[in-house]
Each structure stands twice: as structure tokens, then as C-alpha cells.
Design a protein around this ligand. Structure first.
Ligand code: NAD
Length: 355
């Protein structure tokens, strides 16, 4: 039975990837510093399926502290998803945390991989490395990050390539574009917007809503990741992974309104730094290399996320439906506000990913 090691296994994408690998007959060792046994409900819910599977082994700890060689021993594949995401953070003292989780942790993992005979390391990178590069963003085109997150992820990419050149590591780098679906991180836009719509709260939008994102459903991301891990032609390649139907925030909110059955009330706040105006991936290289196509469109994907969120709220003991103030109903009451602490935004909340 082939063995895959997944870092960031308690996270949004990592937990889906673990389940998919287990279903496909892989043994999986997961690494994450978030423990399902601790007071972290996200980690507990995300890992509840995997922990029931006999093929899954969880290693709780920080990549910078764990004794990695025994965990990596015998691994055929390493899928490196652990990171500190979010394009809004890192402008102050928290820059250290981005360097630590995105760069130092990656370097420690790469060092531990050297000489182990691992068949492939896949790095989860991000569209945030493109930053100010004009759309469509191409893998061999310019990278001009606009955020500390983008800079540290781009540096992690370079580290991976360097270990390939210097130590013969076989790698694939995937640049995910704004991933959504069940288990999406609580700070991310759709998760917050759906929760706000559910509670009858206004949905906060940074800027005028004209920003465009190439949303990608999580199952599609996982399918592309497994293909990239296994296919020989993906070795040494950097590939975009995107939904392929970019839409503006305004368009996405209209879809979200249809999914939840009521138009969200929108409050506009000034845009923040770090965000890209448009993400639109060039997908020809990925299609050619992986033979992969995204399957889930925005309406279907949001509807699945909405169904999941309602169940999740019930598990938290919160009512799945809440009466809305009739005064609040309907779109159109928009105004500019100073950004507040708990921003519900398009790109990024506290640590929200748009990359
Ligand atoms: P997530 O925060 O849900 O998962 C990341 C996990 O990594 C967390 O559970 C965290 O505890 C763990 N982690 C971080 N640093 C660690 C360390 N030093 N040691 C041990 N564990 C550590 O994030 P996600 O949204 O699932 O993103 C997964 C990957 O995909 C990241 O590499 C991210 O940069 C990339 N990505 C995500 C998106 C997106 O839209 N979600 C888009 C582009 C790229």
C-alpha cells in the first residue's frame, strides 16, 4: 500500500485530500499542529472522518519541532499543504509568523526529505504569487506578489526548486486559485458571507465588488493534486489549479443569494492592500499535463458549501435558520464604512486566502 504524508492535514484542503487518498487505498500520515483533541472545533470536525479510518495516522505538532525523519520514513509521496494563509496579514510583527510557517517550516521539511527516496513532493502554492502580474496569469509569466503571504509562498516555491536542483528531489508545484467548499476556513469570504446571510447580518465587501476571482471547488483541487502527485509528466512542473470561470464579487453574491434564497444585504468598506484586482488562470499547461478539468461550477459548489454549513452550525448547537429582520431584507442598502475588526471581505478577512 503506497504511503502519503500530508502536512496541514487538519486544515480545509488538507483534510479533504487525506480522505480522498484513504478512499483511493493509500496509507496516510498526517501532520498538523492543530489537534482534534484540543479545543479546536475546526480541526476536530475536519479530521473526524479520517480518524475513523485504519489507514490514517495523525502526528500532532509543529513542522519546526517534530522529529520528522521517522514520520517521513517509507513515504512514497509528500503533500505539503501546511502554511499560514492570508493576503491581509504579515504587514506588521506577524510577518515573522509567515516566514516561520511558509518558509522555515518548508525548508525543514525539505531537508528531512533529502535522501529518503520519496517519489514526489507536491507543494501547495497560490495565485497570490502572481500579485500585480496581468491576467491571465501564466505559470511561466511574471510573479509580482502584493502581500507578505505571496512573497513567502513564492520563496517556498524557490526552495522546492532549489532542493530539486541540488538534491535531486522530485517535485510538483501547484498554484491554487481561491478554493471554496465544505470546511472552508472560517475567515474566508464565502464561509463568512454564507454565515452572515444565514444570520441575517450584512455581508461586508471590500471595495466596489468589481474584483474578479477564479474560484475553484475543493474536490477539483484535490483531484488535481492527486494527479499531480502520481503522473510522471507532472514532475518538475509548476501548474495553475483554477475553476476556469472567473466571476466578479457582484456576480458571485448574486449566485450566493440564489443559493441561500435571499439577497444578501451588502455593506461596502474601503479596499485593503494585498489583494489582486483580477485572478484569471491560464489553464492550458495544466490541462495538457494532467488531463484535468474542473467539474464543479460556482452555483453547485456554493450550494454544497451552504448545505454543509447548515449541518455544521447545528453541530455547534446554533440554529440552522434564524429569522431575519424584515427591514434588513433585500440588496441595495449599501454604504461606505470604516473597516471594522471582524471584516467580512471578498479576498481576505483576518487571514483570508484569495490566492
Ligand atoms: P488551512 O489554514 O485550513 O490549513 C493549513 C494547516 O496547516 C492548518 O491546519 C495549520 O494548523 C497547519 N500548519 C500551518 N503551519 C504549520 C506548521 N508550522 N506546523 C504544522 N502545521 C502547520 O489552509 P487551507 O486553506 O487548507 O490551505 C492549504 C494550503 O493551500 C496552504 O498551503 C495555502 O497556502 C494553499 N492555498 C489555499 C488556498 C485557499 O483558497 N484556501 C488558495 C491557494 C493556496
Amino acid at each position: 500500500m503506497p504511503l502519503a504524508v500530508v502536512t496541514g492535514c487538519a486544515g480545509f484542503i488538507g483534510s479533504h485530500l487525506v480522505e480522498r487518498l484513504l478512499r483511493s487505498g493509500y496509507a496516510v500520515r498526517g501532520i498538523d499542529r492543530r489537534s482534534p483533541a484540543g479545543g479546536d472545533p475546526e480541526a476536530r470536525f475536519n479530521l473526524s472522518g479520517a480518524l475513523r479510518h485504519p489507514g490514517f495516522e495523525l502526528h500532532v505538532g509543529d513542522l519546526l519541532e517534530l522529529d520528522l525523519p521517522p514520520i517521513l520514513a517509507g513515504a512514497d509521496y509528500i503533500l505539503h499543504l501546511a502554511a499560514r494563509p492570508g493576503v491581509r496579514g504579515g504587514w506588521g510583527d506577524d510577518f515573522d509568523a509567515y516566514v516561520r510557517d511558509n518558509l522555515l517550516a518548508t525548508q525543514r521539511l525539505l531537508r528531512a526529505c533529502t535522501g529518503t527516496g520519496v517519489r514526489r513532493l507536491v507543494l501547495a502554492s497560490t495565485s497570490a504569487v502572481y500579485g500585480a502580474a496581468p491576467p491571465p496569469q501564466r505559470e511561466r509569466g511574471p510573479t509580482r506578489p502584493l502581500s507578505p503571504y505571496g512573497v513567502t509562498k513564492l520563496a517556498a516555491e524557490q526552495l522546492v526548486r532549489m532542493y530539486g536542483r541540488q538534491h535531486g528531489l522530485r517535485w510538483t508545484i501547484l498554484r491554487y486559485f481561491t478554493v471554496y467548499g465544505p470546511r472552508q476556513r472560517p475567515d474566508m469570504a464565502f464561509r463568512r458571507m454564507l454565515a452572515d446571510a444565514q444570520a441575517g447580518r450584512p455581508v461586508r465587501v471590500y471595495g466596489d465588488g468589481s474584483q474578479v476571482r477564479d474560484f475553484t471547488y475543493v474536490d477539483d483541487v484535490v483531484a488535481a493534486t492527486v494527479l499531480a502527485m502520481r503522473l510522471p509528466q507532472a514532475a518538475g512542473k509548476t501548474l495553475n489549479v483554477a475553476g476556469g470561470s472567473p466571476v466578479s464579487l457582484r456576480e458571485a453574491l448574486a449566485v450566493l443569494g440564489e443559493v441561500v434564497g435571499r439577497s444578501p444585504r451588502v455593506v461596502h468598506v474601503p479596499p485593503t492592500s494585498g489583494e489582486m484586482a483580477v485572478t484569471r488562470a491560464a489553464m492550458d499547461r495544466t490541462r495538457e499535463c494532467l488531463g484535468w478539468q474542473p467539474r464543479v461550477g460556482l452555483a453547485e459548489g456554493l450550494s454544497r458549501q451552504w448545505t454543509w454549513l447548515q449541518r455544521r452550525l447545528l453541530q455547534d448547537g446554533l440554529p440552522a435558520e434564524r429569522d431575519e429582520d424584515p427591514e434588513d431584507r433585500g440588496p441595495g442598502r449599501t454604504r461606505w464604512e470604516e473597516p471594522g475588526a471582524a471584516g467580512t471581505g471578498w479576498g481576505e478577512g483576518e487571514g483570508e486566502e484569495h490566492g
